[in-house]
Design a protein around this ligand. Structure first.
Ligand code: NDP
Ligand code: 2IT
Length: 451
């Protein structure tokens, strides 16, 4: 890892001490503090009033029991989380994740990242994240509903359209949001559309929210490629994952003429020399909820499946890599393989998918690297557009909403690019994103006093 300015080292040491056993949170804070050395050198006043220390400490953390009854009549217990990280810019805003790996450290790292990401969008939203260690795999629709209802029976009291506005993330899509919003509505006896985003169109959702994260990452990478006079057209692209973010990344990259040759899920990856057939992938993942090996089986010649324990999707040679599954899915070794195979750009669809070693390898090799908190901000930005539509009781067209998303992504790209130049690190989007996001949050916090 790169070094941290000596004035900031005690802050990291304190974060590590008081958040013991939360390596993902330490990793996310480390990366931001690494970038802030140049900021405090130029503007030492940011060291005053324990401002950086306060940014690293969540405003509120809620942990609760979620009891529910499965289809066999057995009582199951999961743990629920909501980390309300920072509300300097607006209500806490961020998704809910359902995955067995969820713990407080993971939710904290996601909430911390979300704070800077949301600031970068320029929209009035603070940062938060939540979820549960519930594993939705293999659960019936009725079990998913009972689980969501039990979760919301506790969480509802902590939410509100002016307080905290959740959305989806891993394991949480339209179905789960519907069940959670339904229970919230019942318990509060009010139709408060703006308390949740990612809703279906039928009850107050926004057009283009489903597509927004993947589309947004594609816009960002396209803008980054343009800085070197190139584009997606004719490029070989690998997208990891096959969930919400991956699928709409594939859709937009294909529309730009990029050739998607591999995608994955936690069981392994598929390579398709003839280019991924998106309609088939959508049927397998969105309709049937099957494993990725089904893709190779149904696609036939030219496509093959490799199990997760037999290799890494990053072994597949490509020009552009777009990790869109989960944190730390792309290691230093994977980065070395990608670089050896001639990768020119990486756009993070997932949150923190590249390890610190991988990021350093890409940067040292001159590979264009778009960090998740900038590149995947299109999802939450469109969530803010959904809140805007709900507040004005309006509903925009797809084209109108997508055009706003495209403008926002261009703005985020340009602000990261220019901030990196201004702070003497041209082309370093990690530094640009961390600094531009930090400055916006820090300025608001300064004005609000010590709270
Ligand atoms: P989904 O649940 O729709 O899809 C997740 C995909 O990643 C699945 O293919 C899943 O495979 C795979 N995956 C998840 N966990 C692991 C794991 N531990 N190891 C290997 N593969 C894994 O989630 P999303 O597409 O919404 O989210 C993907 C990433 O994008 C996450 O990092 C999320 O935080 C981030 N993100 C999401 C946004 C959104 O709007 N949805 C916005 C910004 C970022 P399997 O089905 O086998 O588990
Ligand atoms: O990580 C993310 O930005 C999301 N999962 C989306 C958050 C949101 O509130 O739309």
């Amino acid at each position: 890892m790169n070094s941290i300015d000596e004035k900031l080292q005690p802050i990291l040491a304190e974060v590590v001490r008081r958040n013991a056993g939360e390596p993902e949170f330490h990793q996310a804070v480390h990366e931001v503090l690494e970038s802030l050395g140049r900021v405090v050198a130029k503007h030492p006043h940011y060291l005053d009033h324990a401002l950086i220390e306060r940014i690293c400490e969540p405003e509120r953390q809620i942990i609760f029991r979620i009891p529910w009854v499965d289809d066999k009549g057995q009582v199951q217990i999961n743990r629920g989380f909501r980390v309300q990280f920072n509300s300097a810019l607006g209500p806490y805003k961020g998704g809910m994740r359902f995955h067995p790996s969820v713990n407080v450290g993971i939710i904290k790292f996601l909430g911390f990242e979300q704070t800077f990401k949301n600031a970068l969008t320029g929209m009035p939203i603070g940062g938060g994240k939540g979820g549960s260690d519930f594993d939705p795999k293999g659960r019936s629709d009725a079990e998913i509903m009972r689980f969501c209802q039990s979760l919301m029976t506790e969480l509802h009291r902590h939410l509100g359209e002016q307080t905290d506005v959740p959305a989806g993330d891993i394991g949480v899509g339209g179905r789960e949001i519907g069940y959670m919003f339904g229970q919230y509505k019942r318990l509060n006896n009010r139709f408060e559309a703006g308390v949740f985003t990612g809703k279906a169109l039928a009850y107050g959702g926004s057009r283009a929210r489903t597509e927004a994260t993947g589309y947004g990452n594609t816009y960002f990478v396209q803008a980054m490629l343009e800085t070197r006079g190139t584009s997606f057209d004719g490029k070989k692209v690998v997208v990891s994952g096959s969930g919400n973010v991956a699928i709409y990344t594939i859709e937009k990259v294909q529309s730009y003429g990029g050739k998607i040759i591999a995608c994955s899920d936690s069981s392994g990856y598929v390579v398709d020399e003839n280019e991924i057939d998106l309609e088939l992938l959508k049927d397998i993942k969105n309709v049937r909820r099957e494993r990725i090996s089904e893709y190779a089986r149904r696609r036939g010649q030219g496509a093959h499946f490799i199990a997760a324990d037999k290799g890494s999707i990053w072994d597949v040679p490509c020009d552009v890599a777009m990790p869109s599954a989960t944190q730390n899915e792309l290691s230093g070794k994977d980065a070395a393989t990608l670089i050896r195979n001639g990768v020119i750009a990486v756009g993070e669809g997932a949150n923190m998918p590249s390890t610190p070693e991988a990021i350093k390898a890409f940067q040292d090799a001159g590979v264009m690297f778009a960090p998740g908190k900038a590149a995947n901000a299109g999802g939450v930005a469109t969530s803010a557009l959904e809140m805007q539509q709900n507040a004005s009781r309006d509903s925009w067209t797809f084209d109108q909403t997508e055009a706003r998303l495209a403008t926002i992504m261009r703005g985020i790209h340009d602000s990261c690019y220019q901030t990196a130049e201004e702070y003497g690190a041209p082309g370093n989007y990690v530094l640009g994103a961390n600094v531009a996001g930090f400055v916006r949050v820090a300025e608001a916090m300064r004005m609000l006093g010590v709270i």
